[in-house]
Write a protein that binds this ligand. Structure first.
Ligand code: ADP
Length: 589
């Protein structure tokens, strides 16, 4: 069973996840309307998501690799350091052990009497000097601690060592290797002494000084880089061989001695001079020395820093490249989405428009049909009345009557014209296809309007393509279309400065185009949205609002298309696309 605490924690968890989800939803929500803002947000969301999906795994990989490389390179460097130190330690130990064994051999192979002879000791000394490097002098100390014989550069014969700690130590331990010290000639050396224990009870000591130049040779043979330091210390922390960083022989080393260990050990530390260093150290097991190997951390990890720099450059370049690609890709995708949305919207609007046209068309056709019959009767009766009046004798106000009857007949004509147009709009008119030249149709229609254009001083400029192919279409209906568009253009332009341009051209093998361009009043967006709707007109009082809807219906029926571009107070261009071959109706309900 779940305890109350667990239940509370679970609820809190749920609340947190809900909050995160709602935050993401908020961030990723898009405005419902198809607006610029929607696409900007969509692009931003896509870009952020794509960037996260690519950048996060790359960054995680970089961090993991960073740690792995760092630890691998560090352990490689540290291992090299340890191996080097181990080798150097063995060389030192070997050197000292060899010198000790040599002195041991002299003490054990010769009697005190032999060693006490001047010539004999000299012989032995020269022999060992030839075979082993580093020996500076050789002396024999008798059981009373007095150096009774001595071969070497100093005058040490007769010197009493009985009170010295080195003599005491050799008497206790049997062998002795001193720390480094500066002798009379002020050059650093150390002492190796061995006690010979004679069965007669007389014990004597053979003592030799060793020059530590060989130590420097061993350090040099380690092949350290110029920026590394290696030196020996005694167990009191006194420097025994010159150090590059921490002083000369017999100076106190500023680094405190680390805990004793006979295996090379590497520690990272900051030295008293503030350098970040790797210190590898090892205690000698048989002698009282400690070997220090020092290298600045930055130098030891130089290759790591170089690699790290390269990794960062590659990472940054990849990020820039990814960001660039995402930027371009999201731009392209959002553009495509926007185009698809616009196409869908246009298709939807056209469908809606066509449905509207279709239903209004049906209604209009019905009304026109119904009105046509009474109109025919009125026309007939009015004609009869006119004939009767004409044949009758003169009577008062006969002319007035005749005038009234004529105006009835005129109005009926006008009403018939409207019903005829209504029927045309409703596509009751049959389409008669024939082969025709669009340029000729346009010229014929122009013939109707030329007079008006001339009177109003409106210039009509023609730019007809001469090699326009003949098309299969309905001459009468095309005439109606051109007449509507040209009449509108004429109505839109001002007297004296109006200009209308009519162009024809072929855009591909299947389509020819006609454009009618005017510099008239133009239309605002609101008007543009409604112009193809039946009964929409801005010409209050004299416009029927049927011209463009009929035009639209005819063009669609003939398998073509019509486009309009207009700017308020600048002008309007209607472009008609007509199929060369007999067209089939497109996109109409
Ligand atoms: P009507 O001409 O009877 O008003 P139409 O369907 O031919 O009906 O035109 C509808 C409306 O479109 C017009 O009232 C007018 O506002 C606008 N219009 C059409 N052609 C042009 C044009 N060339 N310049 C400016 N407005 C135009």
């Amino acid at each position: 069973m779940q305890g109350p605490d667990k239940g509370e924690a679970g609820k809190k968890g749920m609340r947190l996840t809900d909050k995160i989800v709602s935050l993401i939803q908020k961030l990723y929500s898009l405005p419902d309307q198809v607006s610029e803002d929607r696409y900007v947000k969509l692009r931003r969301n896509m870009a952020v998501l794509m960037f996260l999906v690519t950048a996060v795994p790359l960054s995680v990989m970089l961090i993991i690799n960073h740690h792995q490389y760092q630890s691998a390179l560090r352990s490689e460097a540290v291992t090299q350091f340890r191996v080097l130190e181990n080798k150097a330690k063995h060389s030192f130990e070997l050197f000292l052990q060899e010198r000790l064994s040599t002195v041991k051999y002299i003490a054990n192979a010769y009697s005190i009497e032999q060693l006490a002879q001047d010539g004999e000791l000299k012989n032995i000394f020269y022999t060992i000097q030839q075979n082993f490097s580093g020996f500076v002098d050789l002396g024999l100390i008798n059981p009373d601690g007095i150096q009774v014989n001595y071969v070497g550069p100093y005058d040490l014969e007769g010197k009493d060592y009985s009170g010295t700690s080195s003599y005491q130590e050799v008497r206790i331990k049997g062998t002795y290797i001193s720390d480094v010290f500066l002798g009379y000639r002020r050059f650093p050396h150390l002492i190796v002494a061995v006690e010979r224990r004679d069965p007669s009870g007389k014990n004597w000591v053979v003592r030799a000084s060793i020059d530590i130049d060989t130590f420097n040779d061993i350090i040099a043979s380690m092949g350290l880089e110029a920026d590394s330091d290696a030196f020996l210390l005694n167990r009191q922390g006194i420097i025994q061989t010159p150090s590059k960083f921490y002083g000369q022989v017999l100076d106190e080393c500023p680094i405190e001695l680390p805990p004793k260990t006979f295996q090379p050990t590497v520690i990272e530390m900051t030295d008293p001079e503030g350098r970040d260093i790797f210190l590898s150290y090892v205690y000698f097991s048989k002698q009282e020395f400690v070997l220090f190997l020092v290298k600045e951390r930055s130098l030891l990890l130089r290759s790591w820093y170089a690699l790290k720099g390269q990794m960062l450059v590659v990472f940054s370049l990849s990020m820039v490249l990814i960001a660039f690609i995402i930027f371009r890709l999201t731009g392209l995708m959002v553009r495509r989405i926007k185009q698809a949305d616009e196409r869908r919207e246009a298709a939807y609007r056209e469908l809606e428009h066509n449905q509207k046209l279709s239903s209004i068309g049906q209604m209009a056709a019905g009304v026109a049909h119904e009105i046509n019959n009474p109109l025919a009767i009125i026309n007939e009766k009015a004609g009869l009345m006119q004939d009767l009046l004409k044949g009758a004798e003169d009577f008062a106000r006969k002319d007035k009557f005749l005038g009234l009857v004529q105006s009835i007949i005129k109005s009926v004509d006008r009403a018939r014209g409207i019903t005829y147009r209504l029927l045309g709009f409703a596509r009751r008119l049959e389409t008669h296809y024939e082969v025709l030249e669009v340029n000729n149709v346009l010229r014929e229609v122009l013939g109707f309007l030329e007079k008006e254009a001339e009177e109003r001083n409106v210039s009509i400029h023609l730019e007809f393509s001469e090699d326009l192919p003949k098309i299969h279409s309905d001459q009468g209906q095309l005439e109606q279309v051109f007449l509507n568009l040209m009449s509108n253009a004429l109505a839109a332009v001002q007297d004296h400065q109006g200009q209308i341009q009519i162009r024809t051209w072929q855009i591909n093998e299947q389509t020819v185009c006609v454009s009618i361009d005017d510099n008239g009043c133009g239309m605002d967006n609101e008007t543009l949205r409604h112009i193809f709707e039946p009964f929409f007109t801005t010409k209050k009082g004299y416009g029927t609002g049927l011209g463009l809807s009929i035009t639209y219906g005819i063009i669609k029926k003939l398998g073509g298309d019509i486009k309009v571009a207009s700017e308020k107070n600048v002008g309007t261009t209607f472009t008609i696309y007509l199929p060369v071959k007999e067209g089939t109706e497109k996109g109409t309900a």
